[in-house]
Structures are given as C-alpha cells and as structure tokens.
Design a protein around this ligand. Sequence first.
Ligand code: NAI
Length: 376
Amino acid sequence: MRLAVFSAKAHDRRFLDAAISRAGHQLLYLESHLDRQTACLARGQAAVSLCVTDRADAAVLTLLAEGGTRLVTLRSAGYNHVDLAAARRLGLTVTHVPDYSPHAVAEHTIALLLAVVRRIPHAYTRVREGNYCVEGLLGFNLHGKTVGLIGAGKIGLITGRILRGFGCHVLAYDPHPTDAAREAGFEFAPFNQVLESADIISLHCPLVPTTHHLLNRTTLGWLKRGAVLINTSRGGLIDQNALVEALESGRLSALGMDVYEDEVMATQHDHAAHRHPDDPISRLIALPNVLVTGHQGFFTAEALADIAASTFTAMTDFGAGRACAHTLTSPENSPNTPPPHAPHGSSPAFPLTTNHHQPNETAANPPTRSPTSPAN
Ligand code: NAI
C-alpha cells in the first residue's frame, strides 16, 4: 500500500521506515502540513499518516478522497484535528493510537517537577558560567508533600505511583476513581479540596468543553500559597493570563508545562524569529520560576515505536480487508454513540468547541466528565 506521511520529521521517518517499509508498503514523506493547498500531494496514495498539526477538515478530506485515499492513520491519540463526520460521509477509515506509552508522559511530568522544585535550569546555567553559588537555588523535599492529581487515568495513575515512591501523599480528583488508584494508595477528594490541600498540582485529565480553563482566576485562587503546578496534559485546561498573574503574585511558586493553548501554532516548531514579548507564552517563559517544554511528553523511542507499529498494523489490516483496530469511523463510533476512550486530550467534536469554565460552576459543581468526553 502507498502511504503519504504528512508533517514528516526525521524521527517519523526513522521509526516508520523501521516498522513499515520492509513489509513492502511504499512511503512518501512530505514535510508539509496537510491543508487545502497540500492535500493534492497525496493524490494516488491509498493511505495518509497525519500528526496533530495536520488539519483534516471536510474540504481537505474531500480532496484526499477524490485523490484516491481511503485510509487516514493518525500518529496521535487525539483526533480533534479530523472531521470524523465528514470522513464517515466520504467512506474514509480513520484510525488513531490511543495508548502509546503513558509512562513517557508520566516520567516527563516527574522530570518537570524535580527540575522546577530543585531549580535545575538555573543551576545548569550558573555552573556553565563557572558560578557554583547555591544562593537562590533553595528547593524542598518531595518526601512528605501532598500531590494533587487532577485526573487519575492511565498517565495520572503512573505519575501518582512514582510520586508514592518519593514518599508523597497522593490526593486525586477524578469523576471516575479506579480501584487500581486506590490500591496504589491514592486518596480521592472533591476538586476544590484537592486544590486547597496540595503542595503540588499535576493535571492529567482530558481537554473537553467542561474542562476548558478548569484552572482560572478563581480556582487558581484556591491553591495553597506557593504551590507548584505541572501541566503535561493540555494547555486549554488553564487560563494563561490567570496563570501569569498567579505566578507573579506568588500564589504559584513554580510552573512546569509541556502543553499550550494554541497547540498548532506554539509547539514542535522553531518560532525564534517571530516570538512577540507580549504573547502569553512569551510572558510565561520570561518568568524565572517557569520551565516550558515543547509538547515532548510523549517523545520517547518506545512511544514512537508504538505509533509506527500501530500505523503498520492499520495499513496491513486495511490492505487485507480486515477491520482495523482503533478505528474512529466505525459505526459504533458514530456521533450518536460515545467515543471509544480518552485520546490525547482531544474532543470528539470538530472543531473543538470551548465552554469557558465559569468560576461558580466549578465551585458549586466540581467538573464532571462531559457526556461527549472522549474519556468516556
Ligand atoms: P485517561 O483517559 O487514561 O485518563 C484521563 C482521566 O481523566 C480519566 O480517569 C477521566 O475519568 C479523568 N477525567 C475526566 N474528566 C475529568 C475532570 N473534569 N477532572 C478530573 N479528571 C477527569 O487519559 P491519559 O492517557 O491518562 O491521558 C491524560 C491526558 O494526558 C490526555 O487527555 C492528554 O491531554 C495528555 N497527554 C499528553 C501528552 C504529552 O505529550 N504531553 C501525550 C499523551 C497524553
């Protein structure tokens, strides 16, 4: 089968070549993102592979279908960049990768946490300049601290287990607490109680309309003074302007963050030439107690190998006329039935519709899983 890989980077080529090309499939690597101008590049390719920055709206999918494409394989768990209803109408099969390495994201969460708590970025810069002074680098022990997890699914569970190993007390809010988390020693509590009690908050719930700006001016105000916040889940969970205020006022003592509100524009690209100092992200990065990475939580060899293997399986099954695993366009995943399970922070709707989280809503009704949440 012929596969056009959009937004192909060197690492995609490395892992996809290893998993796929030896099986006789032909891969066409395209550096361009998929959009209405570039869809024609896939003419004659039975399958396309997309990442989160490719935009497969109805017009783009129509162009792909007209060019002979039948299979759309996503290299992500999230699918809010694909119009699934249009794909169904056009008879396209869309597959995704729901479960690639939750350990990768959990471990990156811990890396950010330790780095900000022990001020590693500052220490690194100082020592490179020959300055070995420890003044200003005072940290605190994780041992004995209370960590509040918002979301205790696959990634939250692994993160909490690692933190239990540090001797932390893990307090979690999740509308669907699991026995596995309880057995790991997590204590579940209402959303506001978790925010009020934790020394460290780590976000691991999906971004859906009801969790948009879950942390806003009001809810950030519930945090303990000097709390540390880590976000490896989705940027839209936090109101970035309120976040800057919380850091500047000392409500938050530090922030580690891997994800941004504008994922397509902000991440995994070199924006050095056109960064504006007033952008919320630039204001955040300029703060001394903030460590930002470019959505690399998933970026381990193991996760990329999983994604490539999953792409290969989808192509092989589709080519052989078998049902593909993790198909988003099968009848049971039609808009009238709940989506399969939590993808990489995506919404089932296209495009993502946001519902600005009202502070009072949060106070009165801790956020619950949306009926349309992909976590369902
Ligand atoms: P999961 O579905 O296993 O767990 C999500 C949990 O959040 C579920 O237990 C669900 O009940 C809970 N939840 C739903 N609504 C909630 C709410 N309002 N408040 C608190 N909890 C709520 O998903 P998984 O695999 O653990 O992924 C979590 C998130 O991690 C994803 O949604 C995605 O945004 C992010 N992610 C980030 C990556 C990165 O590279 N930084 C890579 C992969 C995922």
